[in-house]
Design a protein. Structure first.
Length: 408
DNA sequence: TCTGGGGTCCTAGGACCC
DNA sequence: TCTGGGGTCCTAGGACCC
């Protein structure tokens, strides 16, 4: 197998610089429209000054006083992402949209058409540069794990090929934290076993790893050896989503439950709207809260029936909220449905349920045509929470599928 | 006048059942 | 006087990713 991984360099920031020439060559940071927002992507000029993803505006400005903030625009990023994916599809039918700015392409057996992998990758980079005006880093290797590793090795505008025969020498001294799925906690834990490099990880007795890390332990050893059995999953063949949720950091911390419930209603409608659009219903409703001191927790409730009805989602979530004694004011509130039942096309048994479903369908179709929340629930209109600037898209976005965040 | 939003997978512990 | 022991369902929370 030969896998190519493409990582768009500083994607959101690069798109903004392409669209607005006055931003080119400058340190910029893409942020959200809300007051309490963070840096989503920093341009390379800004990274050189220490600006990082996740910083708040003040930290970022402190690191780089000349920093220019740009409020992100989802539609631009989606359009650009689709154009790039279409380029990949001309080289192979097996294209996985891993996120809005990353993709895997299975290029096994494409040499007769496009030449060896290196040649193919150069053509891809050239087409992206010419047609979209952006640079990317490409990694090519025998599997996804190694291809992702390779694309990470040279940024920006990189191209790295790891041949089958080079795998063990590449991994020997590579720190384990470079592996996809090994974060800070695992890195620290492995370090207590004197495991610092992939080479050491790959040679470690699996029995000890299994005892310490459970099922992950077995996978860790394979990763240390550069083994990854996962196939490239083409667009349209992904598994059904397992949860659908929305959350928001409030403009100001709130203690009053009735005020919180107005946000809850809006979030429930966003979740219901998206779930109904994908014909998904969930049986489990989770309410997520974050206190002003950042302590974050969730409480869930299983229903006796799966639902995507705004009213039922809201009823369950606000019931959970009622059952919690708030220790302090709330900074973030979120709702999600999980325990998903897909393809919920079976008709409601009762007249009442049928009427309700066709009402929701009618509302949804108007909102799809005219913009989200054209028709909305009474109390939403009374409050500032009924209006909502365009959020910055999640990098977990997919071109088709439930992960798509609805943009107006 | 700090610290976004959307996901996945895994584990631990309690309730309950046979 | 106590002490079995699987299996399943459920909730809570951690770790990781983009």
């Amino acid at each position: 197998m030969t896998v190519m991984h493409i990582d768009m360099n500083a994607f959101f920031a690069s798109v903004e610089q392409r669209c607005n020439p006055s931003l080119r060559g400058k340190p910029i940071a893409v942020i959200g429209s809300a007051g309490r927002t963070v840096v989503t992507t920093a341009s390379y000029e800004a990274r050189a000054h220490g600006v990082k993803t996740g910083m708040n505006k003040y930290e970022a400005k402190r690191a780089c006083p000349g920093l220019v903030f740009v409020v992100g625009d989802n539609r631009k990023y989606i359009d650009t992402s689709v154009r790039i994916l279409n380029i990949f599809k001309q080289f192979s039918p097996i294209v996985e949209a891993y996120s809005i700015d990353e993709a895997f392409v299975d290029i096994t057996g494409t040499a007769a058409l496009f030449g060896p992998p290196l040649t193919l990758a150069l053509s891809v980079k050239e087409r992206i540069r010419q047609e979209v005006g952006l640079t990317c880093s490409i990694g090519i290797a025998p599997n996804k794990l190694l291809a992702k590793l390779a694309s990470d090795m040279k940024k920006p505008d990189g191209l790295v090929v790891i041949e089958e025969g080079e795998v063990s020498s590449v991994l020997e001294d590579l720190p384990v934290c470079e592996l996809w799925g090994v974060g800070p906690r695992l890195t620290a834990h492995l370090s207590t076993l004197a495991i610092k490099t992939c080479g050491q990880l790959g040679r470690y007795p699996v029995s000890v790893l299994r005892e310490r890390f459970g099922i992950i332990g077995e996978r860790l050893k394979l990763m240390g050896q550069g083994i990854d059995p996962n196939p490239v999953v083409p667009i349209g063949e992904e598994e059904e989503a397992k949860s659908v949720g929305h959350s928001t950091t409030l403009p100001k911390d709130i203690s009053d439950k009735e005020a919180l419930k107005r946000y809850l209603l809006k979030l429930s409608e966003m979740v219901g709207f998206r779930a109904r659009g994908h014909k998904l219903k969930g049986r489990k409703i989770t309410l997520t809260l974050r206190y002003n001191d950042f302590f974050t927790f969730g409480r869930q409730r299983s229903l006796s029936f799966p639902t995507n009805d705004t009213r039922a989602i809201y009823a369950a979530a606000s019931g959970i909220l009622d059952s919690i004694r708030l220790r302090t004011s709330i900074r973030l509130i979120g709702v999600s449905i999980s325990d998903i039942v897909a393809g919920c096309t079976q008709m409601e048994l009762f007249d009442e349920g049928r009427k309700r479903e066709s009402l929701l369908q009618a509302i949804d179709s108007i909102n799809r045509d005219l913009g989200e929340f054209t028709i909305t629930w009474g109390t939403l209109l009374e409050e500032e929470c009924g209006r909502h600037g365009p959020g910055v898209i999640s990098p977990a976005w997919r071109p088709e599928g439930v992960k798509r965040v609805n943009v107006r």
